[in-house]
Write a new protein. Structure first.
Length: 109
């Protein structure tokens, strides 16, 4: 049996670091500050280029269309952004939901 189980139906969406982005926190590692979240990007929003100075980011697109560097990705796409490296902008061509893992605290600059 798993030591921890999160059910999305029991969680709530919270405002994300940018307008039009919502986060559903599924798990937090109390030792590292890392989190596993569902992220929802409203259709039409653009998240500017940014850096996560304290965590590597791993993101898997569950649904929607996401544009990155002129290429449109759909469900099944996986992205990795190393800690401290600039990435983005991200454009939500439709509502996008991703499962995203940050292996350290979720901070953005």
């Amino acid at each position: 049996m798993f030591q921890y189980v999160a059910l999305a139906k029991e969680k709530v969406w919270q405002p994300g670091p940018y307008p039009g982005v919502e986060l559903m926190f599924l798990h937090k590692n109390e030792e590292t500050g890392g989190v596993v979240v569902l992220r929802k990007f409203k259709a039409g929003i653009t998240v500017p280029a940014h850096i996560h100075p304290q965590a590597n980011e791993n993101a898997y697109v569950i649904s929607g269309e996401w544009e990155e560097a002129g290429v449109v990705y759909r469900e099944g796409a996986f992205f990795f952004a190393p800690k401290g490296e600039l990435h983005g902008p991200h454009i939500a061509r439709s509502e996008v939901v991703s499962l995203t893992v940050f292996d350290g605290p979720l901070t953005v600059v």
